[in-house]
Structures are given as C-alpha cells and as structure tokens.
Unconditional design. Sequence first.
Length: 384
Amino acid sequence: MRFSPYYIPVILGLTMAVPAAIAPQAAAQVAVGISVGIAPPPIPVYVQPPIPEEGYLWTPGYWNYEEAGGYFWVPGVWVRPPRIGVLWTPPYWGFAGGVYGFHAGYWGPHVGFYGGVNYGFGYGGVGFLGGEWRGGGFAYNRSVTNISNTHITNVYNKTVVNSRPGGAAFNGAGGVTRRANAQEEAAARDQHEERTAEQTRHVDAAKADPAQRASANKGKPAVAAASKPGELKGPGAVAAKSAGRGADKSPAVRGDAKAGADDKAGAKADRPGAAAREKADAGAKDRPGAREKANAGAKERPAAREKADAGAKAGGDRPKAAQAKRAPAAHRTPAERQAGGGGARPAGQPGGQRPAAAQHQAAPHQAPAHQGGGKGGEGKQEKH
C-alpha cells in the first residue's frame, strides 16, 4: 500500500520528558511511526566499509519508506554517538493488525528490541556484539568490525553468529517471529535519544536518490553502506553484493510498493458480479429523465383512481361496461340463476351499490413512499 492516492495511516508519537541532569541534546526520542500495507524487501547482503577513525560506532542499514517512491534503502554507516556511554538500537518493521509498522531507532544506555532482524556486524537479532563501552572509551570487537585500516588498540575478539546481514526485514508473521526478552523490555524504559542531525542528513540523502528505491534496485541497492553519513559516492560507498533471499517475490521490489490500496481496489473488482453491478450503476445514472417521468406518472395515478371511485359510488355514473358486468354464477341467487341472470340485480339491492369484490377492485393503491412527496421523494429515487 502507498500513501497517496492510497490510504496509509501515519501515526505520530511524541515524548518530551527531559531530566535536568541530561544535556539538552539528550532529549527523549521523537518516534515517527508509519504503517504500510506491504512488507519491506529482505535485507541485502553487503560488506562493512572501513571505519573512518576511532570513536565512530556502526549503525546498520535498513529499509525506510516515503510517499513518492515507496521503500528505499538507508545505507549502513559509521557515525559519532551523541555522547559517551550510549548505543544504537536500530529501527525495524513489525507486522501487526494487517499492516507493517515502522519503529524508529534510538540511542540509549542499552540496546533494546529491534525485531530480531539480522542486520549483521554485531546486530544479529539480539543486542549488539560489535563492541562495548569500557570506561570513557569504546572497545571494538575485531571479529565483526572493519577497523583494520586504522590503528586502534582498544579492541577484543569474540566470535559472533550472524556476522553478515540477511533475512527478513520485519518482525511478525511471515518474517522474524522473535519476541522481546526481559532485558530488551527494560531497555525500552530507558531514557532514549533520537537520531543525530548527521543521521537525519544521511536518511535524507538516501531518500533523495531514486537508485536507493527498492522498485529501482530490485532489493540490491547500489549503495548498501557508507563510511560517513551522507557520502553515497566515492571510495567509502559500498554496493550490495546481492539482494536478500526472496527479494524477487517481494511486492516492493516488483514495483508494488504503492499497492496498499491497489489491493483494496483489486478486491472490489474481483468480487462476483462486481462488473455487472458497476455497469448497472452507470446505467442508472444515465436514466434520471426516465425516473422523473415515472415519478410524475405515479403522482397523477392517485387522482385518476379517486375520480373512478367517485363515479363508482354514484351508481348510475359508472361506465356501461362496469354496469353490464355480472357476478360469477357461484355468487348469484337461485332466482337469478333461474331467470338466466343477464344483468338483473337481486331484489332489494340498491341501484348504486356494488358487490364487495367490485368495490375492492376500484380501491386506489398506495404509491411507494419514495415516489411521492414532491422533490424530496424524487431525490431519494435518484439515489436508488
């Protein structure tokens, strides 16, 4: 599903509780959530570019979404943390209630839940194993970080499973089904900080590049990672080695990233008899003159019936055909049947009185409510 002209709900949440002890830039996270009708493509396979210099932390690439072009890839990138002691919790997509909701990333003292998505390079689905804070400095795990180009002594080695990115990019049915553990739930209650200004510029640069859209790169972005934020060209830019497994079947990759309400329209067209109903509705719209003529005729009929009833009560004023009509043999008296019955009436029956059956035939019928009542009734008829 896309944002426009299709309906996509956008949910905004804002938390502004800032303890006095925290620096101004350490404001609480401003979470912007987007819900989309189709899943993001799988995570592409790529290698990590070299660290620019000591002090940078790795933030993995992910699929974001924007109205004009659908899903687009935000390259993984080395960034400066907003302050000492914080770690990055990556954003992720979660499937619930029939839509894919975006959960923004944030900085905090602990890594929280990021959907169990395997972003690689220490973000294998649970926590972060690419490094840790030790005192006032950050120690890098050499087994999953590309720091060989720079002389960094604060390092260690620890084997990590899922060291390379790949797999589903969302949590929920059809993707990663992992749930948050106790530590991740506790991390969600920590004081959080939104992405930094240079991270925002990095996202904007990816959004502005049409080649980063899933519909254009088929799940294999030309720039999957970068050494510095916003630098999507040059030696620091790294292309994806391949699209994630199953990307060829992804609606976002096939160009259906704007299909959220296409599905709705298609469902309408696929319903039995939908085409016939639409044709009938179109024909009905072309017949307003016929309806007005029919409604006018309906208004004139009650007056004609009243005139006929008045004549029937007058007896002799009835049409000759009505006077000559005789009752069925089953309803004639013995005297009438013996006399042959022609047009004779039973003795004592007044000349102006008709049998009950004849009175019933002359009674006016009530017109449907939507046909009468002046213009208001005509308006209702037009809608039907």
